[in-house]
Design a binder for this molecule. Structure first.
Ligand SMILES: *Cc1c(COP(=O)(O)O)cnc(C)c1O
Length: 377
């Protein structure tokens, strides 16, 4: 590692591959002379935040901005306890749920410990394990499915943490309650398990996915299970950075020790309370997403492209040619998508579901791409 101070940091931190957030929209417009950019790259809600959340922000007394936010997050936790039927000592607020995940790694991993991550998992997992200078143990997975048997097999006396995104991202796979319980009942009690449920609202109560696990209920039997959720996805508040974890109170008490004291800002707390109270808007967003998914799936099927069935607001599709070049072509047309890892999923693109019109625009560009001979698609 070519860094003047590398010898002063841990091996884990040296291993971290920094996250590349992509070009800002303004720069793209200038570079390609485009009027309009469609971003289908970060699984945000294309309809934006609930009008009630916007109203709550507008109605805020701006004098509170000079004060530190409520560190205990009292009102938001109150709202969450009612919404989730949990007690407030089970909740920890995060600056986005990535913050909650980082707190969990900081609390339960010591240098040299092992953390198990299924193959094709959420990128943040490996970053937080490396930051704790712990070892990443990759449990092999199939493209369409996390294999819990492989996770169970990977557990050793060094294992301290298992990280599972359910549903996962960048592959929108999920684990049903039978498999999750099978895993939980076949690992030692002292191994902490994270169920990262960023896409919970899309899959829970979805008739297409009847056996999605109730991890809050499972925590009563398996107290080492921690659930994380977020306001970044269906609630449309990604820019405000607000998420939370639900756990046994004793787990929460430890997490609270490593939490940055004012990690959830005042605007985010107020907007989250309002968003949580707008069930109609969540339903509207879910309906729109289901329609958009169907639109993309139908088009991919017509084009003969295979994709991974999605319980989320994104779809991962095999375009059968170099995804990086496809990404660059789509960029030149004004559509931002996400190419998958070039070593393992080099012909896959991840597309966030947009509005009907955004999806149409993207599909037109995709057709154009397949006609472009120089791309070999
Ligand atoms: C988007 C996403 C998150 C949410 O991150 P925030 O920090 O809450 O914005 C967490 N986990 C997965 C798997 C995600 O895709």
């Amino acid at each position: 590692m070519d860094n003047l101070f590398a010898s002063l940091t841990s091996n884990g931190i040296k291993k971290i591959q920094p996250y590349h957030p992509g070009k800002p929209i303004g720069e793209l417009k200038r570079e390609f002379g485009l009027k309009r950019i469609i971003k289908l790259a970060s699984n945000e809600n294309p309809l934006g935040p609930s009008p009630k959340a916007l109203e709550a922000i507008k109605n805020m007394d701006t004098s509170i901005l000079a004060h530190y936010p409520d560190s205990s997050g009292h009102e938001l936790k109150e709202a969450l306890t009612k919404h989730l039927q949990v007690s407030s000592d089970q909740l920890i607020l995060g600056n986005g749920s990535e913050d909650n995940l980082a707190m969990i790694a900081r609390t339960f991993l010591r240098p040299g410990d092992d953390a198990i991550i299924p193959q094709y998992s959420f990128k943040t997992f490996s970053m937080i394990v490396n930051a704790a200078d712990a070892n990443i143990i990759t449990a092999p997975a199939k493209l369409g499915q996390v294999d819990v048997e492989e996770i169970i097999k990977a557990v050793t006396s060094k294992t301290k943490l298992i990280l599972i995104a359910n549903p996962n991202n960048p592959l929108p796979t999920w684990i049903n309650s039978t498999d999750l319980e099978h895993m939980l009942s076949n690992i030692p009690q002292h191994v902490m398990v994270v169920a990262d449920e960023a896409y919970y609202e899309y899959i829970n109560n979805n008739p297409d996915y009847p056996h999605y696990p109730d991890t809050i209920l499972l925590q009563q039997q398996y107290p080492s299970l921690i659930t994380t959720r977020t306001f970044s996805k269906v609630y449309g508040l990604a820019g405000l950075r607000i998420g939370y974890s639900i756990s046994h109170p004793d787990v929460a008490q430890l997490l609270n020790r490593v939490r940055s004291v004012f990690n959830a800002n005042s605007i985010a707390q107020a907007a989250a309370i309002a968003a949580l109270g707008d069930a109609d808007y969540v339903q509207h967003s879910l309906d729109s997403n289901r329609q958009g998914l169907r639109q993309l799936e139908t088009a991919f099927a017509e084009m003969g492209l295979s994709y991974i069935a999605s319980a989320t607001n994104f779809i991962t599709v095999n375009i059968n040619c170099d995804a990086q070049r496809a990404f660059e072509f789509l960029l030149s047309q004004g559509v931002i998508v996400r190419p998958m890892d070039k070593h393992t999923l080099g012909t896959y693109l991840r597309i966030s579901v947009g509005t009907t019109e955004e999806n149409d625009f993207f599909l037109n560009c995709l057709h154009k791409m397949f006609e472009e001979k120089s791309l070999n698609c």
